[in-house]
Design a protein. Sequence first.
Length: 411
Amino acid sequence: MSWMIVTSMVVLALLALVLIVVFGVRQQAQRHTRLDVNRELYEQRRQELTQEHADGLLTDKALAAAEQELDKRFISENTELEQLQERAIGRGIWLPAIIIVVLAIIGYLLFGSWQQQQFADRARQALPSLAEKVITNQQATPSEEELRLFALGLRQRLQEDGGDALAWMLYARAAAALQQYEAALAAYERAYQMDNNREGVLLGYAQLLINLGSAEQLQQAAELLVELLQVQPQNPDALSLTGAVAYQLGDWAQAVQAWRLLLRVMPKDDPRYAAVQNALADAEQRLAGTQRELRVTVDLDPRLRSQLPAQATLFVFVKAPSGAPMPAAVVRQPVTEFPVQVTLSDADAMLTDYKLSQLNQWQVEARISTDDRIEISRGDLGATAKTVDADAQVDVTLTIDEILEPASSQN
């Protein structure tokens, strides 16, 4: 049907062009005819004035005045005629064009509406067979065209009778498969409000939220999975998704717990078993990294004891030996006596996505601040930095033995 609409539009456009040309030629011909008549009358009157002067009816002065008046009237009439003709041409050209455009729009709307109605009718007729195919999956996977028909037919039924949780869940699945995510989210929410204990609703809703992946949506997905696990603690799909959400949120302990339990309830011949094992191993490795701790002992060179501020603040921090200057972990505390021992871990990170466990090497530094700021100020005291491997698990000792100067002072 679409080719008929395109053909009709092309024909209407050509008709508009023909009418514009025809009306334009006609108006131009009429304009020249009136101008020619005026010119003939002008020439005829000049000849009459010349003859009257020759017959002695007009003096030289009267002839000049009459010719001047004739010229003025000729110019004035021609100017007015041209203006009227131009306005008439404009109206004559654009009126048929506007009519054609309006007819084209009406035709498009009529054809388009008819086509949409035809598609809607097809959707309603095909809904039972498509529903069986989509729900049971006994046949081949539905095509995109079939999914569109199914979604449209089901949407019409839902508008008529309000539907139930199952119908809204099926519509949400179809909308998600068609990447109509806003419609899918709204449909899952409707199904959840109708039945918040249905396994398919909770799992499908959570899966869609995980796929969309914002922090807020991941948190909402986690809450839905908790609701399902409270009723079905060993639901394999819920455990799998719980581990996935925790992994994306960086909660390695939760991911490890969920996937370990999943492997206990999942048959070893399940094709997903190996993938879960790999995911669990990765989460366990990351969890072990978060449990790393670095113990640092900080002492003060006796020569600088007199330089120690009355209210000194000690900063001990770790950063990458090369790369961003931002510390991956930092401990800040007041200090009056030395030596001091501190412990750094991921709990001391300044940023949620930049932690001690993410570094292969640690550059350990210590600084005594006179103004309670980690940035170097005049009079701050510092220790020579030490770099150690993150897997070495050794204690580090630093000695405050130098007076620091801000970078601007050094320049």
